[in-house]
Design a protein around this ligand. Structure first.
Ligand SMILES: [Zn+2]
Ligand SMILES: [Zn+2]
Length: 363
């Protein structure tokens, strides 16, 4: 099968014919229909996120059709349509049974492997690693059955792919992580693939105002089309001042959907007393932030992390599908560029240049 491989950070991906081993116990083979091009993969490809084994097949946002199931798989059969989750859920650990399956303890022992610590892909006899259990820049992938979430067969698979990372993370940050109530004010720092879905999540729960902050005019336009009431160009205006002007008492919620530590400080400073800052984007490995502890204590501000939109994927993926099919969740509008697998490098280039809302590799 064909896969786009990262051999070394900072170098272009290369499409190769890769050997795919059959699924082991509790694994399934998925024939990929489409894969979103996520900033996390770009962070890995450009070397700003470190610690991944190479060569690796990137891609954390895929959807496809189950081709084959390994022994012990009960909830899936060949032909099922699935959205891939990059966070496995065992359904049995402390976090799964307490409703926080995004923190499931049963993860791969080593980055780049499946749950048994090995890979199912080889190139000329050498292991090729899996990005985030999913490895969706490939025509087929073996994934843990807990990472293949069945969806309705009438959901278009290209649009379904985005549910696997950007839609779930962004919308989930609003609905699950922060539980933003109607009428609350929110600021969204960075309106790329994830941030646009934070905006859309705010729109779904009737937050107001929804203030988008970016340095890219095109992205601010996308944000307004997805429900942002205000757009602030941070290359022109100080976003903290602008957010205080718009809200009067600071933002009730601030979402950081960009991987830059300095932006965490901006989000912190724009918060109203009692406000909550939610960090979604991950700054480069080893980054730290400092902030005034008085504002934490006296103003009861909160800074919290958000993994995968705090998704309970088994419930939330089908919920996103229903919202899309009901016309409430916008996904077609997010897909601005389509690519073949061979064009993955161009997809990265246009993502880095801020030219796309979401790029999609279609198989
Ligand atoms: Zn992603
Ligand atoms: Zn678990």
């Amino acid at each position: 099968m064909q896969a786009s491989i990262l051999f070394e950070p900072g170098h272009p991906l290369e499409v190769e014919d890769v050997e795919l081993a059959p699924p082991k116990e509790d694994e399934v083979v998925v024939r990929m229909a489409a894969s979103g091009v996520c900033h996390s993969c770009l962070h890995t490809a450009d070397g700003s996120w470190r610690g991944f084994p190479m060569p690796i097949v990137l891609g954390d946002e895929g959807a496809g059709v189950v081709e084959e199931v390994g022994s012990g798989v009960r909830n899936l059969k060949p032909g099922d349509h699935v959205v891939l989750s990059w966070a496995p859920t065992c359904g049995e650990c402390h976090y799964c049974v307490t409703g926080r399956s995004q923190l499931c303890e049963r993860v791969a022992p080593e980055r780049g492997t499946l749950l048994d610590g090995t890979t199912r892909m080889t190139l000329k006899g050498k292991p090729v690693y899996h990005y985030g259990h999913v490895a969706s820049y490939a025509s087929y992938s073996v994934v843990p059955s807990g990472c293949a979430i069945p969806i309705r067969n009438d959901m278009p698979l290209e649009e379904a792919a985005l549910i696997g990372c950007s839609v779930m993370t962004g919308v989930g940050a609003v609905m699950n992580t922060a539980s933003v109530p109607p009428g609350a004010s929110m600021a969204v720092f960075g309106v790329g693939g994830i941030g646009l879905n934070v905006v859309q999540g705010g729109s779904l729960v009737a937050a107001h105002p929804i203030i988008a902050v970016d340095i890219n005019e095109k992205k601010l336009e996308y944000a307004q089309s997805l429900g942002a009431s205000h757009g602030i160009d941070a290359s022109q205006d100080d976003p903290v001042e602008a957010i205080w002007d718009i809200t009067g008492r600071g933002a009730d919620y601030a979402f950081i959907a960009v991987g830059e530590a300095s932006v965490i400080n901006q989000a912190w400073k724009c918060l109203a007393p009692g406000g909550v800052a939610v960090m979604i984007g991950l700054p480069p490995t080893g980054s730290t932030v400092t902030f005034d502890t008085g504002e934490l204590q006296a103003n009861e501000r909160v800074l919290r992390g958000c993994k995968y939109g705090s998704a309970k994927v088994r419930d939330d993926f089908p919920r996103m599908v229903e919202l899309y099919l009901a016309g409430r969740l916008k996904i077609n509008e997010l897909i601005t560029n389509r690519y073949s697998l061979e064009e993955a490098n161009e997809a990265f280039r246009s993502l880095a240049a801020g030219e796309v809302a979401r790029g999609l590799i279609v198989f």
